[in-house]
Design a protein around this ligand. Structure first.
Ligand SMILES: O=P(O)(O)OC[C@H]1O[C@H](O)[C@H](O)[C@@H](O)[C@@H]1O
Length: 533
């Protein structure tokens, strides 16, 4: 890549502390001009969305995550008050927990936070916790249940150990009906009861008004309930109560996060493509993937604390863009696959394939200029003096060296990359990154003509799962029937009895047997094995 191309396409905004280099995506000189009409249409669609149009036509919903950081832009006083009022309640609640005004039933301050949620109700809080936390210095330590895996739940509970009595639990679910989160809540409540503690005096809900979770929380008299609005999608919910409440409790400066997002919104709202980093990102995705997901997006932050960013973006990008139909109802099977971890760690793992293997990706490097946190960055960190690992060279210099080296090594083999640079990792810059990608995804969705704000495909797996649970109940009933043969029955015979799928019945019975719920007499061949109650 040439210096002149770099100079032509490098975007730097010193006020924001953000830079974007698109020069290593090999688009032709006329690409931006060719795409300008489509980009202008995308800006208009985004402006309509921001002013309250029904931007999610399938669900007849407004899409309002941009209002969360500038409530005055929300359509109507009611929404504006709801946003500002909730933000105020979050600050107040966190302050009262920190001061001890809201305390554990034993009078001790709450010192630990357990967050229960999944998908958009967990990934943002997990990202922020890891990116901005200061172990040992945070106002509260934090752990998560983000699945219905009993072993995972036990792992987290064991880590909490004796701190359970001082643990505050935040249960997050927009719909309030997500099975994994409901199960996590029940498992946590059981653990509290087993320790002689009343769950309601530890639990807080973040959920849609009137949801199942909301009703439980109200009926049981939980400590507090915070709203999650239908115009905020799960994957864009980090900057409402979903993300802000856990962050504030942890002691993170949520106002700086909001200010960072608002600052990027302001810059990326402007319909001048060359000066708009979200538009440039969206256009690069379009070129690199031919507007149809032909290549994968590999996210490589050279910063340990941004490890979870690729997982966060995986949901944001793939759930938003992975769609069967376009806005006209044509089958398009759109999407961009996202994966990544962190550099330079990945150089010792899969970068081998990136340089020499199948060329089916483009990389986004994320560079953080400042090596170590310091007291001025809003994280309250303690800066350690850099040491020299070689004369005039620090560990951080090596980190940058590896980033620049890998980037060159990829360019030499015609593997394209984008570089995103932030000055430092702070609440403000993390808010900026979140806002930048939210808008890039929205603009890209317009370029390819899809609805980025629904997720119809997710329901299929949920429905099928409840079918499996129903089948399990029928199988157990059949096994427990008075006339059931004492020696047991094969999976196939049981399936026929309950009119279920033999394959699913076999899988369910194997799981029940492994957990001691049913007894299994193994036989050869495997499908003649017998199961009994
Ligand atoms: O917040 P919840 O309603 O519990 O939803 C949690 C997650 O599950 C769903 O399946 C959606 O696909 C996600 O977008 C959502 O973030």
């Amino acid at each position: 890549m040439t210096w002149s191309r770099f100079k032509e396409y490098f975007y730097q905004n010193t006020e924001l502390g953000l830079a974007l280099d698109i020069s290593r995506i090999p688009f032709p000189e006329d690409f931006l001009a060719t795409k300008e009409p489509a980009m202008q249409a995308a800006f208009s669609a985004m402006a309509a969305l921001e002013s309250g149009a029904i931007a999610n036509p399938d669900e007849q919903r407004m899409v309002g995550h941009y209002w969360l950081r500038r409530p005055e832009l929300a359509p109507g006083a009611e929404l504006r008050d709801a946003i500002s009022g909730t933000l105020q309640r979050i600050r107040q609640f966190a302050a009262e927990v920190h001061s001890g005004a809201i305390s554990a039933p034993d009078g001790q301050p709450f010192s630990h936070l357990l967050v229960i949620g999944i998908g958009g109700s967990a990934l943002g809080p997990q990202l922020v916790h890891h990116a901005l936390g200061q172990p040992g210095r945070d106002r509260m330590s934090v752990s998560f249940f983000d699945n219905t895996d009993p072993d995972g739940i036990d792992y987290a509970l064991d880590a909490i150990g004796g701190k359970l009595a001082q643990t505050l639990v935040v249960v997050i679910s927009k719909s309030g009906g997500t099975a994994e989160t409901r199960n996590g809540m029940l498992e946590a409540a059981a653990a509290f009861r087993a320790a002689g503690l009343a769950p309601a005096r530890h639990f807080v809900a973040v959920t849609g008004e009137g949801s199942q979770l909301d009703k439980v929380a109200a009926a049981e008299g939980w400590l507090a309930r915070f709203p999650m609005w239908d115009w905020v999608g799960g994957r864009t919910s980090e900057l409402c109560a979903v993300g802000l409440l856990p962050a504030a409790l942890q002691g993170i400066d949520i106002d700086a996060m909001l200010a960072g997002a608002a600052a990027v919104d302001e810059v990326t709202r402007r319909p001048i493509t060359r000066e708009n980093p979200a538009a440039l990102l969206a256009l690069m995705w379009h070129f690199a993937t031919e507007g149809r997901g032909a290549k994968d997006m590999v996210i490589l932050p050279y910063k340990d604390r941004l490890l979870l960013f690729s997982r966060y973006l995986q949901q944001l990008v793939m759930e938003s863009l992975g769609k069967e139909l376009d806005l006209e109802g044509r089958v398009v099977n759109q999407g961009i696959a996202v994966y990544g971890n962190k550099g330079s760690t990945d150089q010792h793992a899969y970068v081998q394939q990136l340089r020499e293997g199948v060329n089916n990706f483009f990389v986004t490097f994320i560079e953080v200029l400042k090596d170590r946190s310091s007291s001025g960055d809003g994280r309250g960190g303690r800066a350690r003096a850099p040491i020299q690992v070689e004369p005039d060279v620090s560990s951080g210099d090596y980190l940058q060296g590896f980033y620049l080296g890998t980037r060159d090594a990829l360019s030499e083999k015609d593997r394209g990359s984008i570089s995103l640079t932030i000055d430092e990792l702070s609440p403000r810059s993390l808010g900026m990154l979140i806002a930048l990608y939210e808008r890039a995804v929205g603009l890209y969705a317009s370029l390819i003509g899809i609805n980025a704000y629904h997720q119809p495909g997710v329901e299929a797996g949920k429905k099928a799962a409840s079918g499996v649970i129903a089948l399990q109940r029928k199988l157990l009933a059949a096994l427990r029937e008075a006339g059931a043969p004492a020696e047991g029955q094969t999976a196939e015979a049981l399936a026929a009895q309950v009119a279920g799928s033999p394959e699913l019945s076999f899988k369910v019975l194997e799981h029940l047997a492994a957990n001691g719920v049913v007894k299994k007499q193994a036989r050869t061949p495997w499908h003649s094995s017998l199961y009994r109650a």
